[in-house]
Design a protein around this ligand. Structure first.
Ligand SMILES: NS(=O)(=O)c1ccc(C(=O)N2CCc3cc(O)c(O)cc3[C@H]2c2ccccc2)cc1
Ligand SMILES: [Zn+2]
Length: 262
């Protein structure tokens, strides 16, 4: 699916989506214009509680690498922030560029970060399965965290992931990954923006409450280079480096981005 969605390789591929959702009014990603975001004093702090033993495996699904969690119970959840319910952690993954000039999906004041982390949660209070939640307006909540490259700032938590990546170099590779607490990848600063959006990969359904952290995490160049060594392609196919796996910006249309901070 990665190849189909990211089109030809090597260039800075536009998102080859066969369709923008006809009549889509809340597509993602978007540019967050800081001065147009509206402080909402009603927004609560986001409460994050992950159980590191719910971590299951890392797999290369041909468009990113996903770290998946056991979401059969409420052991790894988020609540508060803009959310009406508690949401269960299902997986996290990243989007990144071939070079540090771009790679994130969301932009802030039209500025790209070199990469963006997405922690994907679903509303298991209201919906019986993730697949059903994906089709509903309040079905998913995704925390977005920007990555910033600072040459001498090695990120310890990320390194655990980076060390595992060579084992999932090819599409469809999976390895067991049994203890990892993804809260080490989330900045301690509580500030975030939030808006109503969509999946940025097919099926692009308009089911995501986005929670974008204001502060990036800092990683070093070698750690991001490790992402760029992954492949869109399966073992035995002509190698295509997994880079530029981000969707182009979508129109804001009739939406307001709220901020949890002044
Ligand atoms: N970038 S994002 O909007 O945060 C995003 C969120 C969830 C998902 C997700 O969990 N899945 C399941 C795994 C998967 C694998 C693919 O190859 C793919 O193209 C999409 C997904 C999506 C997905 C969501 C809903 C139905 C089917 C697949 C993907 C991306
Ligand atoms: Zn994503």
């Amino acid at each position: 699916l990665g190849q189909y969605w990211y089109g030809s390789f090597g260039m800075h591929p536009l998102w080859q989506s066969p369709l923008t959702i006809p009549g889509g009014t809340r597509q993602s990603p978007i540019n967050i214009q800081w001065r147009d975001s509206v402080y909402d004093p009603v927004l609560k702090p986001l409460k994050i509680s992950y159980d590191p033993t719910t971590c299951l495996h890392i797999w290369n699904n041909g468009y990113s690498f996903l770290v998946e969690f056991d979401d059969s119970t409420d052991r790894s959840v988020i609540i508060g922030g803009p959310l009406e319910n508690q949401y269960r952690l299902k997986q996290f993954h990243f989007h990144w560029g071939a070079i540090n000039e771009w790679g994130s999906e969301h932009t802030v004041d039209s500025k790209f970060y070199p990469a963006e982390l997405h922690l994907v949660h679903w509303n298991a209070v209201v919906y019986p399965t993730f697949e059903e939640a994906v089709m509903e307006g309040n079905g998913l909540a995704v925390i977005g965290v920007f990555l910033k490259v600072i040459s001498l700032s090695h990120h310890e938590g990320l390194q655990t992931l980076v060390d595992a990546l060579p084992a999932v170099k090819h599409k469809d590779a999976v390895i067991e990954f049994d203890v990892f607490d993804p809260s080490c990848l989330i900045p301690s600063c509580p500030d975030y923006w939030t808006y109503a959006g969509s999946l940025t990969t097919p099926p692009l359904t308009e089911s995501v409450t986005w929670i974008i952290k204001k502060k990036p995490i800092e990683v070093d160049e070698n750690q991001l280079e490790a992402f760029r060594m992954l492949l869109f392609t399966s073992d035995g196919e002509e190698e295509k480096r997994m880079v530029d796996n981000f969707r182009p910006l979508q129109p804001l249309m009739n939406r307001t981005v709220r901020s949890s901070f002044q």
